[in-house]
Design a protein around this ligand. Structure first.
Ligand SMILES: C[S@@+](CC[C@H](N)C(=O)[O-])C[C@H]1O[C@@H](n2cnc3c(N)ncnc32)[C@H](O)[C@@H]1O
Length: 273
């Protein structure tokens, strides 16, 4: 299977600099909201596991429980396997697959986790119903992602605004929703979950190092072929103007007062017993 996903949507971020960033995360940095619900021996499914850094970290927490990471991206699954092997974690396995039809029996897992994935899935309720099916009655779900409508930054340059707007347009045309978390209560209710708790956390980049990292990420990511070719081919922007938009991240980051923030929303829910 390739790294594209058909009716399951087309993963907008691609597997370049975004995947590199994701590899540096751990359960403590990105899944802290779910950690109190996990204990040794529990089984866990990570839906859209990407490069597997969180899956492996979660596997250490629930060991010797069985952990499975599944992702549509073959390159990600390979990367995840390497990551787990390097970390010496043996209670985790990875599979290539989509999230609408999981290759698991009903009531297979004690817990299901998913970080920054549902925002890329055209029908999140369909995916959540499937995750509900593979959870044991009373099993626990943890989901988390950012709501891009909460993005703020200073200085507010018109080029940076245009760069983000272009990206969100592309993302939505691919079937995703950068503003999904505000609908968490609705999609969880419609897929048969009982919400236990929801929380929000604002991630700010306000130190020189973090501002420089955002500048570098934007100037690289906005020119990655998967996005650049799509928006230029569709006639939304010329290559020359896209380069200006990408460069606007570096211009922004060079401002001594540069500052940005974004809210991540998390939810913990249960499959009714
Ligand atoms: C932003 S990454 C998050 C990866 C991982 N959860 C993490 O936090 O490190 C989103 C992942 O979801 C996967 N994905 C998107 N749509 C999918 C689908 N329909 N089925 C399976 N995986 C999907 C992508 O391939 C990508 O690896």
């Amino acid at each position: 299977m390739s790294d594209s996903s058909g009716e399951q949507g087309s993963y907008s971020h691609g597997y370049g600099v975004t995947s590199d960033n994701l590899s540096r995360r751990t359960a403590q940095t990105s899944a802290g909201f779910f950690v109190p619900y996990l204990e040794s021996g529990m089984s866990l499914l990570d839906c859209g596991c990407g490069p597997g850094s969180l899956t492996t970290s979660l596997a250490q927490l629930v060991a010797p429980g069985r952990v499975v990471g599944i992702d549509i991206g073959e390159s990600q699954v390979e990367r995840a396997r390497e990551h787990a092997a390097e970390a010496g974690v043996s209670n985790v396995e990875f599979q290539v697959g989509g999230l609408y039809e999981l290759p698991f029996d009903d009531s297979s897992f004690d817990s299901v986790f998913s970080n920054t994935v549902l925002q890329h899935v055209p029908d999140p309720v369909r995916a959540l119903r499937e995750w509900n099916r593979v959870l044991k009655p009373g099993g626990v779900l943890g989901i988390r992602e950012e709501d891009w409508g909460s993005l703020f930054y200073w200085p507010e340059t018109p080029l940076l605004r245009e760069a983000y707007d272009l990206y969100f347009r592309y993302w939505q045309e691919n079937g995703g929703n950068p503003y999904l978390p505000r609908q968490y209560r609705r999609i969880l209710r419609e897929s048969g979950f009982d919400v236990i708790e929801m929380a929000g956390e604002v991630n700010v980049s306000a130190t020189s190092d973090r501002v420089a990292a955002v500048g570098n990420y934007g100037s690289t990511h906005w020119l990655e072929p998967v996005f650049a070719e799509a928006v230029v081919d569709r006639g939304w922007v010329t290559r020359e103007h896209l380069e200006k938009l990408a460069n606007s991240f570096e211009v922004w980051a060079a401002d001594p007062d540069a500052f940005t923030g974004l809210t991540f929303v998390s939810a913990v829910a249960r499959r009714p017993a």
